[in-house]
Design a protein around this ligand. Sequence first.
Ligand code: KG4
Ligand code: ZN
Length: 331
Amino acid sequence: MTYILGIDSSCDDTSASVVADGSRILSNVVSSQAEIHGKYGGIVPELASRRHIEMIWPVVDEALKAASVWLEGLSGIAVCHGPGLIGSLLVGCSFAKAVAYAKGVPLIGVNHLEGHIFSVFLLDRRPSFPFLSLIVSGGHTSLVRVDGFGSYRELGRTRDDAAGEAYDKVAKLLGLGYPGGPLIDDLAGRGDPEAIPFPRALIPGTYDFSFSGLKTAVRNHVERSSGEPSRLEDVCASFQAAVVDVLVKKTEAAVKEEGIRSVALSGGVAANRRLRAAMNEMAGRVGAELYIPPVALCTDNAAMIAAAGHLHLMNGDVAGLDLNPKAYLPI
Ligand code: KG4
Ligand code: ZN
């Protein structure tokens, strides 16, 4: 039996979780900073780091208490060491190193994207290798072929904005709040996805994505139509349809060309209702198995870091106290 304490402070949420045997979540505590950054329409890195410092111990303490596991009883402390905001990462890493050293517990460094990939290992039904993993979050949009633990090939990635970033920027220009994804998702549910033919950047011959042109198209549409404005719901629904279309089409192409029949979806944008439905429809059509975690495991959380940490530990991959966070860290 292993008990892994996972810690994630890579962006604007402070999270700690205890996971048993790499798959059973005993606790998963997330302290959101949305209220702090909301009034700026995006994350302010300095404020994020300061809030992590305040919250890291209370969040870890709550996770341990909820799991009835104490620091001395841990098999390992898995901490996200990148990619992310460097000041935010430093808080989690320094904390994890200090506790690991003081209590003599193995330290494990986990890549944030690897965490998102293995969030599906927390489900009752998990994919077997090889599988395709579409990671769609505020910082990343990547389509990864996963042949085994530690064996990843990034088939495509965004060339500019991440999908979640596009949601957040469009929400900002529409005067909605932050984070924009859930707000647009809600409004889109009451709009017509075919009202405005926004462009789909289906760059040929590659699995890469691009969302900045779509964001500009929404801005141009809003500026041009100030005389007779479109319904906000229709703008949201049409924007969302364009994002989802591209994500699903590229994934479908990879399923066919790579000959892989298991698809995992993760990251904050995987909480999106249209994306979940469209992926489901595509999987049914091409005969693929689809794995999507519940919303709480799509957005940033430490349970996914603990799940990936368990795999590192089983492979004897333990970090030294020289583990340093990296803002840019490829998988
Ligand atoms: O994975 P995550 O929590 O953090 C990063 O690693 O970036 O993803 C956050 C992103 C934000 O951009 C947020 O707007 C987006 O996920 N998001 C959504 C939804 N819920 C969160 N986007 C679309 N629809 C949603 N329901
Ligand atoms: Zn994330």
